[in-house]
Write a protein that binds this ligand. Structure first.
Ligand SMILES: Nc1nc2c(c(=O)[nH]1)N[C@H]1C(S)=C(S)[C@@H](COP(=O)(O)OP(=O)(O)OC[C@H]3O[C@@H](n4cnc5c(N)ncnc54)[C@H](O)[C@@H]3O)O[C@H]1N2
Ligand code: MOO
Length: 404
C-alpha cells in the first residue's frame, strides 16, 4: 500500500504535457501558453491624453490663461505644432499634439470667450499617458507557462493576436462498472441504483478544463469490461469506477491486464479511496477508482485532477490549503489517514471548519454539504478550537453575498 504522497509522485512523474493546438484568442481562457508572447509594438503607441480636457505646453502658460486653437478627438492625429500660450481641446485617448506636454481636465478650467483659465495647480506632464507605459515593444509580456485569464486574453488581443497556441484539453474517458447500475432517468428497482459517478467525475473533468468522454456502464464481466476499456483508449487518460476491490465480481484490474496493461500500484493508504489502482495501458494512464461515490470523487481530487492539469501544461496543480479552527472535536479511530469532509467558513479573518457529519464513503451528501477536506492522521483526535489544515475544494464561500 502506498501513501497519498507516494501515489501522487508516481503518477505525476509519468504525466507529460499534451500537444499544442491553435484556438481563437478568447478560447484560450484558463489554458496555458506554451510560448512567450513578446510585445510587437508599444502600447500606448504614442503619448496621449488621459482626460477629456486641454493640451498645452506647461512652460508657456501665463496668468493661467490659454487661447484655444483647435479640437482633437480620439482617433485623429494633429501634426501642426500648437503655438506657445495656446491649447487644443483634446479628448481621452487622442495623441498629444506637437508643442504640448500637459493636459488639464475640462472640469478644472473656466471658459472665457476663445480662451480658458486654469483653476488650481497643474504640474508639467499631468494627465499624459506615455508611449509604451503599458508595454514596450520587445517586452516578454506573457511568459511561457502563464495561465491565460481574461486580462491576458485582452492583452494578447491588444498585441494583435486573433489566434494563439495553448496546450490541448485532456480527453478523459469515464467508465462506470457494476450490474447494479442504471443510468439517470430510470427509477431504481430493488438492488439497483443510479450511476452518479460518471457524472460527478465528468463534472470534475470539466471543472479542471478537461474534455470528458462518457463510455457508459460495463457489466460485471471480464469481456464486457475489456470491451468498454478498449473503447476509451483513444482518450488521453481513462478513469474507471467500481470493481476494483476484492469482491468476486471486481474485474477492473484483470481487464486492464488482459488488455496488456500493467498495474503500477493498487491500494493507497487513505480513507476513503483505499482500493484505487493506477495502471498504464498502451502508454495511457488508467485510474481505477473505487466505486463508492465519495471515494471516487475524493480520489479524483487527489490524483486525477493534478494529472489533468499537468497534462494541460499547468504547474499549479494542487488545490489551495488553509489552516482552519475546528468547531468540534475530530476523531480518526482508524489506521488510515482520513480525509474528512468539512464545511469551511470565514469569520473575523479566520477560517473555521466543522465536519459534514456521517463520513460514510457511500454518502455523497458528505461532499454536497461541504467544501473542504481535512486530513486526520491515523488514531488521532483533535480538540475543538485547534487548527487543522483543510484543502479547499472550492472558494465559493469566500464570494461576497448579495444583500437581500
Ligand atoms: N472485503 C472487502 N470489501 C471491501 C473493501 C475491502 O478492503 N475488503 N474495500 C471497501 C472499500 S474501502 C471500497 S471504497 C469499496 C470499493 O469497491 P469497488 O471499487 O469494487 O466498488 P464497487 O464494489 O463496485 O462499488 C462500491 C459501492 O459504490 C457503488 N457504486 C459503484 N459504482 C457506482 C456509480 N457509478 N455510481 C454510484 N454508485 C456506485 C456500488 O453500488 C457500491 O455500493 O469496496 C469496499 N469493500
Ligand atoms: O476507502 Mo473506501 O474508499 O472507504 O469507501
Amino acid at each position: 500500500m502506498v501513501s497519498i504522497e507516494e501515489a501522487q509522485r508516481i503518477i505525476l512523474e509519468q504525466i507529460v504535457p499534451l500537444e499544442i493546438e491553435k484556438v481563437t484568442v478568447f478560447h484560450g481562457l484558463n489554458r496555458i501558453t506554451p510560448e512567450d508572447h513578446v510585445a510587437p509594438w508599444d502600447i500606448p503607441a504614442a503619448d496621449n491624453s488621459a482626460m477629456d480636457g486641454f493640451a498645452f505646453l506647461h512652460s508657456s502658460v501665463q496668468d493661467n490663461r490659454l487661447s484655444v486653437c483647435g479640437f482633437l478627438p480620439a482617433g485623429e492625429v494633429r501634426r501642426e505644432t500648437v503655438p506657445p500660450g495656446s491649447a487644443v481641446r483634446i479628448m481621452t485617448g487622442a495623441p498629444i499634439p506637437p508643442g504640448c506636454d500637459t493636459v488639464v481636465p475640462i472640469e478644472d478650467v473656466e471658459t472665457d470667450g476663445d480662451a480658458i483659465v486654469i483653476r488650481g495647480k497643474v504640474k508639467a506632464g499631468d494627465h499624459v499617458r506615455r508611449r509604451g507605459e503599458d508595454i514596450s515593444r520587445g517586452d516578454v509580456v506573457i511568459p511561457t507557462g502563464s495561465l491565460l485569464r481574461p486580462q491576458e486574453i485582452g492583452m494578447l488581443s491588444a498585441m494583435g493576436n486573433t489566434s494563439l497556441a495553448v496546450y490541448r484539453r485532456t480527453r478523459v474517458a469515464i467508465l462506470a462498472t457494476g450490474d447494479e447500475l442504471l443510468e439517470p432517468g430510470a427509477t431504481p428497482e430493488p438492488g439497483k441504483l443510479i450511476n452518479s459517478n460518471s457524472y460527478s467525475l465528468a463534472a470534475q473533468v470539466l471543472d479542471a478544463g478537461g474534455d470528458p468522454v462518457l463510455l457508459g456502464i460495463a457489466t460485471d464481466d471480464l469481456e464486457a469490461t475489456c470491451e468498454k476499456i478498449r473503447a476509451g483508449l483513444n482518450a488521453d487518460l481513462l478513469v474507471i469506477t467500481g470493481g476494483v476491490s476484492v469482491g468476486d465480481r471486481d474485474f477492473v484490474k484483470a481487464a486492464i491486464e488482459e488488455l496488456g496493461g500493467s498495474v503500477n500500484f493498487w491500494k493507497v493508504n487513505m480513507k476513503p479511496g483505499k482500493p484505487l489502482a493506477y495502471a498504464t495501458l498502451q502508454g495511457k494512464p488508467v485510474f481505477a477508482l473505487p466505486g463508492n461515490p465519495v471515494a471516487a470523487m475524493v480520489s479524483f481530487e487527489l490524483f486525477v485532477r493534478p494529472s489533468l492539469l499537468k497534462a494541460m501544461g499547468h504547474r499549479r496543480v494542487f488545490r489551495p490549503t488553509v489552516r482552519a479552527v475546528l468547531q468540534e472535536p475530530a476523531v480518526n479511530k482508524g489506521n488510515r489517514p482520513h480525509l474528512v469532509r468539512g464545511i469551511v467558513s470565514q469569520c473575523d479573518g479566520r477560517y473555521l471548519v466543522s465536519t459534514t457529519g456521517n463520513q460514510s464513503s457511500g454518502r455523497l451528501s458528505s461532499l454536497t454539504l461541504g467544501n473542504g477536506l481535512m486530513k486526520l492522521a491515523p488514531e488521532s483526535r483533535i480538540e475543538s478550537g485547534n487548527e487543522v489544515e483543510v484543502m479547499l475544494l472550492d472558494r465559493n464561500f469566500e464570494m461576497g453575498l448579495l444583500q437581500e
